[in-house]
Design a protein around this ligand. Structure first.
Ligand SMILES: [Zn+2]
Length: 341
């Protein structure tokens, strides 16, 4: 009898130690950098706050905010979440000086940025050298390009707003810390605006010191601190994953997708979306429409213009092998004529 009790006790202790170990590993293991658009990240343990959020969403929408992170007791994170939502995404429309109106606009897609020296993953085709980014932004600036917000783009596409001929939209996918560490100061210096499509499941509780050796994501504080340049938009809450080469938006049930996107939208307060890996189908379009997503971006190359399907908007991916000549072509700078001049 006594032996049986001891055996049960030992089993429980081993289970508890195992669970604590797994939890700590999941929290502290530095993720090795993977190009999320290219490789499938391994499944990982969902944070406790996500479960709370899902429960909250299925019960009472208003309670959602205060319930996020409750289990972690991350008051700072909650405060910044509230602050983020109070400040809101930018829905103002600016007055543009227009000599010639834009007919079509390139939407640029960036991901992770590192300097050449920092990048231990040279072969990764999703990591752009900061120097390239700086050069590209400089080309935009020197040629008097205007950058517009997603809200302004929407108004342009709806025919409610004219913008100058040389206009671009700058977007980043996934929500990497490198976007504010490197891109933010450059964009700010040039007076540019941009959008970051967030995998909100990855948002960190607290801000981290930038470390090029690991893949870091933004925190709510980072988001609040950079609203003068960035808007934060949707890239799924936790469906930036692949199953046999197909994105979760293609493989998961409508119920699961709706659940995920509701959380995503609740956390960003944005009606704009980018498809992970560019994967979507007719059913996805129906879901996005039902949820009130007003614009969604693919990874199909091409300009966007009035009359386009607002849930299937093109974007130009900018990669390490994108030459300055190709970049100029994308933004409509006529390189042939500029050489002759
Ligand atoms: Zn992505």
């Amino acid at each position: 009898m006594e032996n049986k009790k001891i055996a049960v006790y030992i089993t429980i202790m081993v289970a508890v130690v195992f669970i604590i170990g797994v939890t700590l590993c999941a929290k502290n293991t530095m993720p090795i950098l993977q190009a999320r658009e290219i490789q499938s990240p391994n499944e990982k343990v969902s944070p406790a706050n996500e479960k709370v959020l899902i429960e909250a969403l299925s019960q009472d929408q208003d309670e959602t905010l205060t319930m996020v992170n409750k289990e972690d007791g991350a008051n700072e994170s909650i405060n910044y979440q509230k602050m983020y939502i109070e400040k809101g995404n930018n829905t103002s429309i600016r007055n543009f000086e227009i000599e010639e109106k834009a007919e079509a606009i390139p939407v640029l897609m960036y991901h992770h940025l590192l300097t050449k020296d920092e990048n231990p993953f040279r072969s990764n085709s999703a990591i752009l050298d900061v120097k390239n980014f700086q050069e590209q932004m400089n080309i935009l600036y020197e040629n008097n390009y205007t950058t517009i917000t997603l809200y302004e783009l929407e108004q342009f596409l709806l025919g409610n707003l004219d913008v100058p001929k040389n206009t671009v939209v700058i977007t980043f996918d996934d929500g990497y810390l490198s976007n504010i560490h490197y891109a933010y100061p450059i964009l700010k210096e040039y007076g540019f605006v941009a959008s970051i499509f967030m995998i909100t499941h990855e948002v960190h509780e607290t801000s981290e010191v930038f470390n090029p050796n690991v893949l870091q994501y933004l925190s709510y504080k980072d988001m609040v601190d950079t609203l003068d340049v960035f808007t934060y938009d949707n890239h799924t809450h936790n469906m930036h994953r692949l199953e046999n080469g197909n994105g979760y938006l293609l493989t998961k049930s409508s119920e699961e997708i709706i659940q995920d996107l509701k959380i995503n939208m609740e956390l960003t307060h944005s009606p704009y979306f980018a498809y992970p890996y560019g994967h979507y189908n007719e059913e996805t379009l129906t879901i996005l429409e039902e949820l009130g997503i007003r614009m969604a971006f693919t990874v199909e190359r091409g300009l966007v213009k009035k009359g386009d399907s607002l849930l299937e908007l093109n974007r130009y991916g900018i990669f390490p092998n994108t030459s300055l000549r190709q970049f100029k072509n994308i933004i409509g700078l006529n390189t042939r004529w500029s050489i002759l001049k």
